[in-house]
Design a protein around this ligand. Structure first.
Ligand SMILES: Cc1cc2nc3c(=O)[nH]c(=O)nc-3n(C[C@H](O)[C@H](O)[C@H](O)COP(=O)(O)O)c2cc1C
Length: 368
């Protein structure tokens, strides 16, 4: 297992091991998206549990990109003291922490009650109506992401991660399912990547070349038509050429068949049921020079090790296992190699969305 506990460089940042806490909406922020004591305490707990890099839940870069109340925000300077307390909480415990910066596109519940912004106003499937993005919207959005990234750096976070997965705004841009445009933002992948690229460039130029900028992106959408692994590889290579520091590969969207949801329900208790995106991740990683993290259904340390050995990933990202066991990585490091106790029942998701805040509903149950 030693390999899992070797350090790795991500741009200018060195992580102590190969485990990343994947972004997990906590539903613990204040009414204006403020960091609360509970939220900061959770980051401290994850750092104590030896996550190599903690990525916060998605934080909205602009009020019209909020998914729901209780989501953390990074859209205003007045939030800086709380954000700084959150970064400090992780650092005090020896952790490294990144903020996931996001806009939820057509899935937003805008703070001001306006119609959500999206790529195409579609009226099918699970896609809500939206106002279609204009060229001016694109440049304003890029600035909003850039300002959010500057706030993250000012608050002391070690990195930012752009949320371009799961059907949120930047993922909607990349996906031919959500993006039916015929202008410069639609059609071939070179056009569909225009918005994410504009956002990335604005962020990079605002934070400078040395500050780690990461992306979470779908390896594939599991939609017809959907983003393909070959297209994802092209997007990542393009961003890599412009200084991207790490790609975290996920898959599926809110509109995908639930079997292919980004958060699949059902036990991942055999190697065949784990690491849903390992084959696509290996292919994408083979075409990249930057480190790759893989998320989705990893539960056993033996699987995590095999993924690194087989070249599917450099880092292993976990979400639900760390909800049930924030100390899981420390447990594995201590030699207790039983798999994560997480049952992947997704009850935590309903709880986080309920307004009560993230927790495992199996707390107190025997874990083995
Ligand atoms: C309660 C909950 C909240 C989540 N919030 C986010 C989020 O804010 N951003 C994101 O990129 N993914 C989010 N995810 C998805 C996870 O990061 C991860 O991609 C997914 O759960 C699969 O990994 P796992 O099997 O280790 O849980 C969330 C998942 C859960 C269960």
């Amino acid at each position: 297992m030693n390999q899992l506990f070797t350090s790795i460089r991500i741009g200018s940042m060195t992580l102590k091991n190969r485990f990343l806490r994947s972004a997990t909406f906590e539903g613990l922020a204040g009414p204006g998206g403020e960091v609360t004591e509970k939220l900061a305490a959770l980051m401290a707990e994850l750092a104590r549990g030896r996550a190599g890099l903690i990525v916060t839940g998605n934080a909205y870069v602009r009020g019209d990109g909020r998914t729901r109340p209780t989501q953390m925000a990074i859209d205003r300077d007045e939030l800086l003291p709380g954000l700084a307390r959150m970064a400090e909480a992780a650092h005090r415990e020896g952790g490294a922490i990144a903020v996931q910066i996001a806009h939820s596109g057509c899935y937003s519940d805008p703070v001001d009650g306006s119609t959500p912004l999206g790529l195409s106003n579609l009226s099918f499937g699970k896609i809500p109506a939206c106002r279609e993005l204009t060229g001016q919207d694109a440049s304003e959005l890029a600035s909003a992401f850039a300002r959010a990234a500057v706030r993250a750096r000012a608050a002391g976070f070690d990195a930012v991660q752009l949320h371009a997965a799961h059907g949120y705004l930047l993922s909607q841009a990349l996906s031919p399912y959500y993006n039916r445009r015929t202008d410069a933002y639609g059609g071939p992948i070179e056009n569909r990547m225009k918005l994410p690229l504009e956002v990335y460039r604005a962020v990079r130029s605002a934070v400078g070349g040395d500050y780690p900028v990461l992306i979470k992106i779908n390896s594939r959408d599991y939609l017809e038509p959907g983003l393909t692994p070959e297209e994802t590889a092209l997007v990542c290579r393009t961003l890599q050429d412009e200084g991207l520091d790490l790609a975290e590969l996920s898959g599926g969207t809110m509109a995908s068949d639930p079997k292919f949801s980004p958060i699949r329900a059902g036990r991942c208790d055999t190697p065949g049921r784990e690491a849903w995106f390992r084959v696509d991740a290996a292919a994408i990683k083979a075409s990249l020079a930057i480190p790759v993290a893989l998320v989705g259904g990893v539960r056993a340390p033996q699987t995590a090790k095999a993924l690194i050995e087989e070249g599917a990933a450099d880092l292993i990202a976990l979400s639900r296992p760390l909800i049930r066991e924030p100390g899981l990585i420390a447990r594995w490091e201590s030699g207790d190699l039983r798999p994560a106790a997480c049952l992947s029942d997704n009850l935590c998701m309903a709880e986080a969305r309920s307004g009560r805040g993230l927790r495992c509903m199996r707390e107190g149950e025997k874990t083995s």
